[in-house]
Design a protein around this ligand. Structure first.
Ligand SMILES: NC(=O)c1ccc[n+]([C@@H]2O[C@H](COP(=O)([O-])OP(=O)(O)OC[C@H]3O[C@@H](n4cnc5c(N)ncnc54)[C@H](OP(=O)(O)O)[C@@H]3O)[C@@H](O)[C@H]2O)c1
Ligand SMILES: *[C@@H]1O[C@H](CO)[C@@H](O)[C@H](O)[C@H]1NC(C)=O
Ligand SMILES: *[C@@H]1O[C@H](CO)[C@@H](O)[C@H](O)[C@H]1NC(C)=O
Length: 340
């Protein structure tokens, strides 16, 4: 475990970097991304902060807090519903027109639900889009800005996706992808959706880290954090006081979670592949130290190698997931069709 004290010391050192780090926080109106954006505002000097979400009132509150925490921070809210990929293209074009570089792309969008497949106008499942396709579309669109950041000072260039790299192998899960139906058009269950979103995020980011060697890619598990995540589940609001007491030993306080995720987003322990040497560097997802892709647990340590995930990688997961995702983006975003 990386001790909270070490994390706070690292975060405090961000002030000594050149001013003007630029961060985009997708899902930044609430929960873990908001807490991380507030930590970023607290520790960076004159940071530019883009929050992406739907709720104007939540964004207004977030921006007011940031300006109080750090008057030199420059927060902006970009309101959009990212369950449609075409909206992501619009919002990314806006960012690209304003910024020449991007140091941090931090993503948490999602929600919990008991409902089955819910198709969007683009033919994909809504929850799956928020947990996977939307995030990877942001990566694809913003990579030119991330690459530009790697060539200037401060040279931080990082993508962080917060979900759970190991959900597919916990409690007896097989860690397998159904390559014949990656988008789960015909084989959707909530379980397979959780597994596919996690595994496809794992392998897409691993493929990106091999190709874009000056940017690093993190997939992080937050553990339990009390946020608004379960607001849409029936009865949960009534049970919250009881759940809070029962789950307290397993929960990470929201402010600590923000500091820990800012560490994952900025520490030199997680360098891009081109700078993967150094004594403190973490072992990457494929077992190579400093590979540029890191699957982290809540405490800042990499998950141990897992034989089931290694087997799925051995089945060509990186190439197959990249190819499928490019095909979805081509059909939906370029050709304006529904998928498939
Ligand atoms: N919290 C936990 O204990 C926990 C545990 C394991 C994994 N996770 C995963 O970690 C991630 C972050 O969780 P969290 O607890 O921070 O969640 P949260 O508090 O519910 O925040 C989710 C964010 O996603 C945004 N969002 C949802 N639908 C959207 C849409 N259609 N368009 C644009 N933005 C949308 C929301 O903003 P608006 O409402 O403004 O749209 C909100 O800011 C989730 O993917 C979750 O599955 C969380
Ligand atoms: C960033 O610059 C520092 C020196 O200023 C260097 O040590 C480090 O390797 C560079 N990192 C990347 C990712 O280019
Ligand atoms: C990485 O950076 C180096 C030098 O800074 C540059 O020559 C190279 O083209 C970059 N590679 C990619 C894939 O962007």
């Amino acid at each position: 475990m990386v001790k909270l004290q070490a994390i706070r010391a690292h975060n405090a050192s961000l002030k000594s970097l050149a001013p003007g780090l630029v961060g985009v926080f997708v899902g930044g109106t609430s929960g873990i991304a908001l807490s991380t954006a507030l930590a970023f505002a607290r520790h960076a000097s004159s940071p530019k902060i883009y929050l992406i979400g739907r709720s104007q009132s939540a964004a207004d509150n977030a921006i007011a807090s940031m300006k109080t925490i750090n008057p030199s921070a420059q927060p902006t809210f970009l309101q959009t519903d990212i369950s449609l990929l075409k909206n992501i293209d619009t919002v990314c074009a806006k960012i690209t027109s304003k910024e020449k570089r991007l140091n941090l792309l931090f993503m948490t969008p999602g929600y919990m639900t008991m409902k089955g497949r819910e198709e969007t106008a683009e033919g994909l499942d809504r929850k799956f889009v928020l947990h996977y396709y939307a995030r990877m579309r942001f990566v694809t669109n913003l990579l030119p800005l991330l690459s530009a950041a790697a060539q200037s000072e401060p040279n931080l260039s990082r993508v962080v996706s917060v979900l759970d790299p190991h959900v597919s192998v916990r409690v007896g899960g097989a860690g397998k992808l159904n390559f014949a139906d990656l988008s789960l058009k015909d084989t959707f269950t909530l379980n397979t959706c959780g597994a596919h979103a996690s595994l496809m995020g794992n392998f897409f980011l691993e493929g990106m880290a091999q190709r874009h060697v000056n940017t690093s890619f993190v997939h992080a598990y937050p553990s339990g954090v009390a946020t608004g995540l379960m607001r849409d589940i029936p009865l949960v609001p009534l049970l919250i006081p009881v759940l809070k007491i029962l789950l307290r030993p397993f929960m990470v306080p929201i402010e600590e979670s923000g500091e820990r995720h800012l560490f994952a987003a900025t520490s030199e322990r997680f360098p891009p592949k081109a700078h993967g040497e150094g004594s403190d560097v973490t072992v990457g997802s494929d077992g190579t130290k400093g590979s540029g892709c890191y699957w982290l647990s809540w405490d800042g340590q990499a998950f141990p190698q897992n034989a089931k995930l290694d087997r799925t990688r051995g089945e060509g997961a990186v190439e197959k997931v990249l190819q499928h995702t490019e095909e979805v983006f081509k059909q939906v975003c370029e050709e304006g069709k529904t998928y498939p």
